[in-house]
Design a protein. Sequence first.
Length: 241
Amino acid sequence: MSLGIKKAFILAGGEGTRLRPLTYEIAKPLIPVKGKPVLQWNLELCKLFGVEEVVLALGYKAEQIEERFGKGEGLGLKLHYNVEDEFLGTAGALKFAEQHFKGEGKFIMMNGDECKNIDFEGLNGVFDKNKAGAAIALTEIEYSKAGGLVRLEGEKIVGWDEHPEGEAEAGTKLINAGAYILSPQVLDYIPTGKMVSIEKETFPKMIEEGKVFGLKCVSQFFQTDTFERYEKAIFGWKGFK
């Protein structure tokens, strides 16, 4: 399936400190789930929706990831590696890769350490219909101080509380699933050469201007950043269907 989105940006540079000692030896995005590195599942998701080129933001153990995936021929993708000398945050890493996306059309951005099945076709429809600056894939969870809580009015995101203070009401909540369709205009909100969080700094600014929309479009969502979550991913992830 092709959405006309040719490029994607995947964050894959984290140290995985909560998975030590495992990540002393292996890059966090290379930990296996159902026989494949978790990053590979994200690359294959891009391929499913017609993406041709993927820029990977790397840092810790970058050489392992480059060695594993090479130029991307085995996946039918063209891979670019953007290696940070120092941690720039989720938005700072995107700004550091600006040359790949400035002047382009919309593109996909994702975290590379989750197993997730995203309906990018539906999310793309929301992006186009609303002439969005950003369209964010949302998923429901039983709230447990996970952060990333989102409030919608129609399809427009009007409330964004990445790490809420105090106790939230119990029950099912919408959260950011770490997958986005972005306009290149998002780059204008990010200063150069600084550590910037797209979740805590960039999106809130854009939400104030009414440029961010969301859709509940995630059929599976497994994080792998702790041993408990990693185990759930191993037993729960079903791949793409």
